[in-house]
Write a protein that binds this ligand. Structure first.
Ligand code: C5P
Length: 244
């Protein structure tokens, strides 16, 4: 048994894959998670990345009620490790619905965007490994652009130093109890956030950043699809090379 497996052998790990968004920024005729790249849907590509990792014993996909038929078919292709939960009106509600369905025996929760299919096994394992030392871990990459904070009238308020700026990606990994209490506070105090790690800031918990990848994109707009096709092709070439 390798070190990572032995360290986490008695700790169950759940993944929450959020896929209950409407994907309006894509301007496509179907929700972006169902768009196929080289014959495989984006959500199935994402699912496979986590499914193949033995340490992970539960994967909960958060879906829109209207998409139930699609997901029942998808689920039949995989083992009972894959579960389906109906999402809510907001990303926060969707994640919380999933969190409540995670096994109470699993003390580590990985939250991941369903439309981020190019996460690698290495990134996932590194994010789990970092949980030996931290209660909250976020995959991120250094910001490439200079980021401006603006006022309502779209003039620049200030420019934070780029060396301290990172783009947060997923997976974002948390101790289950911490995430549950952070979510309860978020709903009680009506706090809105755009990622789960922001909730850790709300409860004053330290969050460790670990290296993500510029290929670990969240497929959001049409332009992302062009890049996605190239990354998918590269992944497939690498898999074939490793098979030879
Ligand atoms: O809108 P945004 O890109 O921040 O959404 C991040 C993730 O949250 C996406 O995977 C999306 O499907 C999911 N989401 C959800 N339920 C909602 C809204 C968004 O599961 N009500």
């Amino acid at each position: 048994m390798n070190t990572l497996n032995s360290n986490f052998k008695n700790i169950g790990i759940s993944v929450i894959l959020t896929a209950a968004g409407s994907g309006t920024r894509m301007g496509h005729n179907k929700p972006k998670q169902f768009i196929e790249i080289n014959g495989v849907s984006i959500i199935e590509r994402t699912l496979k990345k986590f499914y193949d990792i033995n340490l992970i014993n539960e994967i909960i996909i958060i879906i829109r009620k209207d998409d139930l038929d699609y997901y029942n078919n998808l689920k039949n292709k995989y083992s009972s490790k894959v579960k389906i939960v109906i999402g809510g009106k907001t990303r926060e509600e969707s994640t919380y619905n999933g969190l409540l369905e995670t096994s109470e025996n699993n003390s580590i929760i990985l939250c991941h965007d369903g439309v981020r299919p190019f996460v690698t096994k290495e990134i996932i394992l590194n994010s789990i490994k970092a949980m030996k030392e931290y209660n909250a871990v976020v995959v991120a990459v250094p910001a490439k652009d200079t980021i401006k904070s603006i006022r309502e009238d779209k003039t620049i308020a200030y420019t934070p130093k780029r060396k301290y700026l990172y783009n947060a990606q997923t997976p974002q990994v948390f101790k289950r109890d911490l995430l549950v209490s952070a979510y309860k506070k978020c709903f009680q105090e009506d706090i809105q956030v755009t990622d789960d790690s922001s909730l850790m800031e709300v409860i004053g918990e330290k969050v460790k950043i670990i290296d993500g990848s510029y290929s670990n994109i969240k497929i959001t707009t049409k332009e992302d699809l062009l890049f996605a096709e190239i990354i998918a092709k590269t992944e497939e070439q690498n898999e074939n090379r490793n098979r030879v």
